[in-house]
Design a protein around this ligand. Structure first.
Ligand SMILES: Cc1cc2nc3c(=O)[nH]c(=O)nc-3n(C[C@H](O)[C@H](O)[C@H](O)COP(=O)(O)O)c2cc1C
Length: 340
């Protein structure tokens, strides 16, 4: 599984920082929380992790002990990038200042989320309909902080790479240190394949690093994305939830043993219930389980079994009973279980 390793472990300069791995955890609302990241940290191998998207309006005064998303462990801050969403340059700049003052590795600006509630406010992917505003946001954030400034964005709303390439050049000019590019248009669901050739066009247009994102589910996928697109590294989302040891496997040659699923699931349960109160913890755990179940050949029938009940004890019991039997593992996760 170490196909991508020699390249993935080459150092990568972003602004003032040098990453020791070119594979990073993509931001994922509801999945990439502090508890998941704690489990992931136990395996290592990533260049950095990105938080769930945080509302820039809330960030300056947010309590890390009350917010479910703007919450982190001190030990991870130096390898953690905080993603913000919003639409006003000054608001985004204020949020970035707080993020820098807390010691995060960097700030990532969300220009990819296509959820209606976000886009109707002009945030996320809606910014791609207003390129000047998008660029103004990058410039304002750049002026506000010294830490690396990153943008995660997608192809836009029309099926061409023209806007993405044009924006890449303008984001670099506005001071961005790194771009993560997801080559799908906003109305696309994740079930349609991303157009990796657009990653190539974006990577060639700028001199700052571009991370490719979308449908890396195996070491082979990762190696193909890197070689076909010439991108500087990869941002991996759903696969990292399914197999949090993916970075360690691809970058450090970690070899998972047959107990890894049960052990990791118990660690997830322990971490989620330690970081969150029970009503929230059970929801978070149930959101994670389709990704876990996707690893198994009969994952679609294991999934309902794994989530039966409402308590931590029941989830622990289910995990021990089902995963303890070592169900047959699929070579790559069954993406149907988590594609929406
Ligand atoms: C449940 C879920 C939540 C997501 N939340 C965010 C988010 O908060 N910010 C963001 O930029 N992208 C978000 N994404 C998109 C991912 O970062 C990534 O672009 C997408 O999953 C494709 O990468 P993958 O094929 O490696 O999963 C989310 C994706 C999923 C599945």
């Amino acid at each position: 599984m170490q196909l991508a390793s020699s390249f993935s472990s080459l150092p990568l300069d972003i602004g003032s920082i040098i990453l020791t791995s070119r594979l990073v955890l993509a931001p994922m609302a509801g999945l990439g929380h502090v508890a998941f990241r704690e489990v992931l940290s136990g395996f290592g191998g990533y260049g950095f992790m990105v938080t769930e998207m945080c509302n820039a309006r809330a960030v300056p005064a947010e309590s890390r002990h009350h917010s479910a998303v703007f919450r982190w462990r001190d030990e991870e801050a130096g390898q953690l990038v905080c993603q913000i969403f919003g639409g006003e340059p000054a608001v985004m700049a204020e949020a970035a200042k707080r993020i820098e003052s807390e010691g995060f590795l960097g700030v990532d600006i969300n220009m990819g989320c296509s959820v209606a509630a976000i886009c109707k406010k002009g945030y996320g992917a809606a910014l791609l309909k207003d390129p000047q505003r998008a660029v103004d946001i990058v410039r304002a954030v750049r002026r506000a902080v010294r830490c690396p400034v990153m943008v995660k964005y997608r192809s836009g709303w029309e099926n061409s790479s023209d806007l993405a390439v044009d924006l890449a050049v303008r984001f670099e000019d506005a001071g961005a240190d790194l771009l993560t590019f997801h080559p799908r248009i906003a109305p696309d669901r994740r079930s349609r394949p991303p157009k990796w050739e657009h990653i190539r066009a974006v990577a060639q247009a700028v001199s700052i690093p571009v991370l490719g994102n979308g449908n890396v589910f195996s070491a082979e996928d990762c190696a193909r994305m890197l070689s076909q697109t010439g991108c500087a590294g990869a941002s991996i989302g759903r696969m990292a939830i399914a197999r949090p040891w993916i970075f360690a496997e691809l970058v450090n040659g970690f070899v998972p043993d047959e107990d890894i699923y049960v052990r990791t699931t118990l660690a997830m349960i322990e971490s989620i219930w330690r970081h969150f109160e029970p009503a929230r913890a059970i929801k978070m755990y149930k959101k994670y389980v389709p990704y876990l179940a996707a690893n198994f050949v009969f994952g679609h029938s294991l999934w309902p079994e794994l989530v039966r009940g409402q308590t931590r004890e029941e989830m622990t019991h289910n995990a021990l009973r089902i995963l303890g039997k070592k169900p047959q593992v699929a070579s790559a996760p069954n993406a149907f279980l988590f594609t929406s």
